[in-house]
Design a protein around this ligand. Sequence first.
Ligand code: SF4
Length: 339
Amino acid sequence: MANGCEGEPASCKDAALLDCAPHLVLDGIELVARTLGAESAILAIHDGPDGPGPRLRTLAAQRQGPVPVRVRGVPARYVASEETALVNFLSGGPATPTTSPPRPTDRGVGGAPTLVDNIETLAHIALIARNGAPWFRELGTPDLPGTLLVSIDGAVHTPGVVEVAAGTTVRAAIELCGGPSGHVQAVLSGGYGGAWLPATAIETPLTHTAMRAAGAALGVPTLLPLPSGACGLAHTARLVRFLADQSAGQCGPCLFGLPAVAADLAAIAAGSRDARHAHDRLRHRLDLVTGRGACALPDGAARLTRTALDVFSADLRDHLTGRPCLAAGAPMIFPLEFR
Ligand code: SF4
């Protein structure tokens, strides 16, 4: 199964890839399906009234490949693109994650073993089949060869998707989007379940190893610069609230934990009289939600929050002494809707 659902509002790379190079993705799907001896292949996408479904179905039907590719629309929700949620939905259930094991490779769609790959990976496979592995390794780093599609939004002049060699620095990738539109205080990396990177670490290379060493995450490659003047804690509170709303609400950490984490963060950013208690409660709650969900959503929200408390520690100190953030009520600058 090719996962082109992109359940991350900060990311639009899958949509860009399907728009610009749909046959490359279909080549990759057919190649992998043939290699595995698969009887069928599915391209899963978020499809709406103006979505890419009709065009992709036409293109898939025109091909004479060895394995027919069916294009299936999946609900546009954050967790719907998680691989067990996709398998659940395409097997006739709701688009919500299930506990694993079994992994989809053991029991997937309709009970059959199912390989789930992101469409960017499949496009890379198609290019490697055409041009060879040495060609692919000409760019990137030894532990992450090739290129990355990076979605960039927030405080940049021209938000969009850029293709960069793996190992390109955060700063260089942002420059390809016209550069920052003001002074940047931090960059949110790896999507809404990712991590904040302080502006001092903007020369970090875009690899899993380097981003992890910097305390951040490559994750779904997204970079969201936050301008000075915006409140990082208030933004994080809204992102955690968004994640809570997007969850399947079927596990305790999402149903109870994440709304409480978001409320604590908002209370801190507002410099409320309860801010110190909220901070103590928050640290305890972050420990409680971590590792307790059926999927990784609560862990991502906890990581996002922990890095916010570190990166915006000066703001945190101010708010704990009762000084509210003047920008706490300002509009959200990151997208909270699926594109
Ligand atoms: S952890 Fe949250 S998002 Fe994941 S399955 Fe449970 S309720 Fe759904």
